[in-house]
Design a binder for this molecule. Structure first.
Ligand SMILES: Nc1nc2c(c(=O)[nH]1)N[C@H]1C(S)=C(S)[C@@H](COP(=O)(O)OP(=O)(O)OC[C@H]3O[C@@H](n4cnc5c(=O)[nH]c(N)nc54)[C@H](O)[C@@H]3O)O[C@H]1N2
Ligand SMILES: Nc1nc2c(c(=O)[nH]1)N[C@H]1C(S)=C(S)[C@@H](COP(=O)(O)OP(=O)(O)OC[C@H]3O[C@@H](n4cnc5c(=O)[nH]c(N)nc54)[C@H](O)[C@@H]3O)O[C@H]1N2
Ligand code: SF4
Ligand SMILES: [Mo]
Length: 758
């Protein structure tokens, strides 16, 4: 059991690593507020003791950066002054309300709501959005995963995930799980596949990544040519008749046109355009064709590159045509405590104002945000509420986003540090860190078992900071939205147990219909006060647990809750996740139930997405190379490496390798430019210019260069300290993006290189 008071060196405190979405269970030893030792938690239900090297450096998150310890207000001269919490809350509430009152709530935008380790912040954020009637929102998903969501909304109406722990053939498409993970115990799994003669790994990546090194088939295509490569693989499957026609008849609709188009594709031509040989493509396709199960992980290498939404569609056709869906080792739907996307309306949501571009699952495309701010249009966004995100650094064209921040009439950032984004905001509110409050993420995507981990604080909040739960509560109180009598009634009910609490909450909801809008704060203020171990912030999960139990009753029971009556199931799950520090298995499905989670009208796969099939046809006349005489290289701007973790780690000394964030290039390119390891080189793109040290790296193909993500951060609040590495989005532009989802082509930035005399 964790104990927030006893910060001695002898006790191991259970938590998770917050540096990537795997959220491995860890145990931490403290010396005062320092995290002095870290080890994997063997009892954790998903990670079973596994961690990568990054978890050992977690103290750099907790103590390495200059933390914010006071709310900050930007003054007329642009400087920031510390203000007390009461002043900050009063002025922020007034600022948000004033914009709404004067111009309408649709002039406010909410951005963020969670990172790699924290999603409860987003639950509180959704309460604030509903309370204020904020319509427009976005987050990092709208610069990577919305194209995929658009496709899934149409194909399956449900989120899907591969079973790489058991797949006969695992395909990694623009994904380097050795470094970026994305599923439990990734490195162990990759090594297991590598050691098993009956299983194969196909990696599709221009670079011989650490994952590609373990692959049976590495298709080292030219950057940005994935659509040609996947089309050629699909064409091989169809033309060599390796597909599962009987399965398709039973489980899919709308396969006629896509199969006709694939039957006509010239495999040799498309392989060639991707820089591959026909033999290599056919060999990989044949390996897929004889597999019992295929799972594919697409990630940024295709999501941030040309034809990204089309590729998201085409790659899914591989496992669809192979009938590798809702079977062991295949792709499956899955349950979860809260879905990351709402697919119901995909494709028919109202467009974003001003830009007229597509909104997917309620998310405005990140690349649209500056255009929605930097205009005289009467509908422009005038205020932003940003929490747990650093868009000035993480979105395309940092200079444009900075300008947009300054153009806003009002903005507030909730963060632990004075980030690149905070430095442009009207107000900055300092949050307690993820080890100083309760937190959880909604990332779990496993099947047939899915799990959920709530973590308790392992130390008191740093003085001057507040957890988001408390900040949101104070904001709502200031805006007059909390009724103390009601809170007292609910607090009293919570003392009588969850059953009594649930009944009282339902009664209150019926009497006060707007209560639902602010439910997260209500739960925090009432049920939260009766939770042990500093877990008050986790109270809104009560609601998620009820929904989980209602939607997936039999799967929840099968996960170890079989002797619980239906009406008590939600409470039982809540009690389990609140009590358990090792993660809890919350659902256990049968493969048949995978079909019940489909969101399509008839529960089958809808293989026909007409506009994307049109794009596939049009591919015949599309360029396979965006390099030019002016920009002869393709820059992959933001590669995941051994020591990168988005912008969660601000202090550059956490990196044991690649401390300065080198530009990687091939030996032949280095020789042609006359540069060697450690030399300085200038990278210039349409968007900007920066200097980085060189790393000659034989995993790079000629003409392809890369810089890491998450570099170029201010370590100190005043921004005077040295910035280490290149902030990648000083080099990217807003126009270079996907035609549907508007997701940026960060992995495909035409660039030129010039040696810098030292
Ligand atoms: N260490 C570490 N892990 C992380 C993170 C981190 O910052 N650091 N961030 C997390 C987050 S938010 C995410 S979204 C994931 C992202 O995880 P990944 O998508 O795996 O990460 P990247 O390194 O950005 O890109 C993956 C691969 O795409 C390849 N690539 C580049 N261009 C192309 C192309 O045109 N086609 C193909 N097929 N491949 C191409 C690159 O060579 C690279 O190997 O990582 C998560 N995990
Ligand atoms: N060029 C280029 N740009 C990219 C990428 C790329 O590959 N290339 N990758 C993109 C991807 S996939 C992603 S997901 C985004 C990620 O970019 P963002 O969504 O902006 O997220 P992070 O960098 O993870 O930053 C999270 C913020 O949360 C803060 N934080 C940490 N703990 C807490 C807390 O407890 N409470 C609060 N309120 N804040 C906290 C951190 O200080 C940080 O400012 O970057 C994207 N940007
Ligand atoms: S960085 Fe990701 S894979 Fe590595 S220990 Fe942390 S959560 Fe696990
Ligand atoms: Mo991401």
């Amino acid at each position: 059991m964790t104990d927030t008071a006893a910060n001695d060196t002898n006790e191991w405190h259970k938590s998770v690593c917050i540096l990537c979405s795997a959220n491995c269970g860890v145990e931490l030893k403290l010396d005062g507020r320092e995290i002095v030792r870290v080890r994997g938690n063997k009892a954790h239900v998903a990670s079973e003791g596994y961690t990568c090297e990054k978890a050992l450096r977690l103290n750099h998150y907790q103590n390495g950066m200059r933390r914010l310890t006071s709310p900050m207000r930007r003054e007329a001269d642009g400087s920031y002054t510390e203000v007390d919490w009461d002043t900050a809350i009063t002025e922020v509430a007034a600022g948000l309300q004033a914009i709404g009152a004067e111009h309408g709530q649709d002039k406010l935008m909410y951005y963020g709501g969670g990172g790699q380790g924290n999603h409860l912040v987003g639950v509180y954020g959704s309460g604030l959005r509903r309370a204020l009637g904020i319509k427009h929102r976005s987050n990092a998903l709208a610069q990577e995963k919305t194209g995929e969501a658009y496709v899934e909304g149409r194909l399956t109406g449900a989120h899907t995930h591969g079973d790489f722990h058991h797949a006969e053939v695992s395909i990694f498409l623009g994904k380097n799980p050795w470094h970026s993970h994305g599923f439990d115990q990734a490195r162990r799994v990759l090594k297991e596949i590598n050691n098993d003669d009956n299983r194969s790994m196909i990696v599709i990546d221009p670079r011989r990544s650490e994952t590609a090194d373990l692959a049976d088939y590495h298709l080292a295509l030219k950057p940005g040519t994935d659509a040609f490569c996947i089309a050629a693989i699909l064409a091989t499957l169809v033309q060599e008749d390796l597909i599962k026609r009987a399965w398709l008849k039973e489980h899919a609709n709308g396969t006629e046109r896509i199969l006709e188009v694939l039957a006509d594709i010239d495999i040799a031509d498309y392989a060639g355009r991707a820089g591959l040989t026909e033999d290599d493509v056919r060999a990989a396709a044949r390996r897929i064709g004889r597999a019992q199960s295929v799972s594919i992980y697409e990630d940024l290498g295709i999501e941030m590159a040309p034809n990204s939404t089309l590729v998201s569609y085409l790659q899914r056709l591989i496992w669809i045509l192979m009938g590798s869906f809702n079977i062991p080792g295949g792709t499956t739907t899955h349950s979860g405590m809260a879905p990351l996307f709402n697919y119901k309306a995909t494709g028919s949501e109202p467009a974003a104002p001003i830009t007229g571009n597509m909104v997917i699952s309620g998310l405005v495309a990140c690349n649209d945000i500056p255009d929605m701010v930097l205009t005289d249009h009467p509908d422009r966004i005038r205020a932003m509420f940003i929490e747990s995100a650093n868009p000035v650094h993480s979105l395309a064209d940092s200079a444009k986003f900075r300008e947009a921040m300054r153009h806003l009439e009002f903005s507030v950032v909730l963060d632990v540090a004075m980030t690149e984004t905070a430095r442009e905001a009207s107000y900055v509110l300092p949050c307690s860190s993820q080890y100083e409050k309760a937190e959880a993420t909604f990332f779990g995507a496993s099947f047939p078992d899915n799990h959920f981990t709530v973590r308790a604080p392992i130390m008191e909040p740093l003085e001057g900071t507040l957890p988001e739960s408390e900040i949101h509560s104070r904001l709502l109180r200031e805006m007059g939205m909390l009724d103390d009598d009601l809170l007292d009634t609910l607090r009293a009910a919570a003392q009588d147990g969850l059953k009594a609490y649930g009944a009282a909450l339902m009664e209150a909801g019926a009497a006060h219909p707007n209560l639902l809008a602010i439910a997260p704060v209500i739960l925090y203020e009432t049920l939260g006060k009766s939770l042990p171990d500093g877990l008050a912030d986790a109270a809104p999960l009560w609601f998620s647990c009820q929904q989980l139990a209602l939607r997936y009753t039999s799967a929840v029971k099968a996960a170890g809750f079989d002797d619980i009556a239906d009406e008590d199931l939600g409470d039982a799950v809540f009690e389990a996740v609140i009590a358990g520090r090792d993660g809890v298995t919350v659902t256990r499905h049968t493969y048949e139930q995978g079909w019940a989670m489909m969101g399509t009208a008839d529960g089958k796969v809808n293989a026909d997405i007409p506009e994307l099939i049109d794009d596939l046809v049009a591919l015949a006349d599309k360029p396979a190379d965006y390099r030019s005489d002016e920009f002869p290289f393709i820059l992959s701007a933001g590669e995941r490496r051994a020591f990168t973790a988005n912008t969660i780690m601000r202090d550059s000394s956490w990196r044991k390798k690649d401390p300065d964030g080198a530009l990687r290039l091939s030996p032949a390119d280095a020789a042609a430019l006359g540069v060697d390891n450690g030399d300085k080189i200038r990278i210039t793109t349409k968007g900007g210019s920066a200097v980085a040290p060189v790393e000659v790296n034989d995993s790079m193909q000629d003409g392809h260069i890369s810089i890491p993500n998450g570099m170029g951060l201010y370590a100190e609040a005043d921004g005077d300290s040295e910035v280490v590495g290149v902030p990648p989005n000083e080099l990217t532009t807003l126009d270079w993006k996907d035609a549907y989802a508007g997701t940026p082509w960060h992995k495909h930035v035409p660039a030129k290189l010039e040696p810098v005399a030292s």
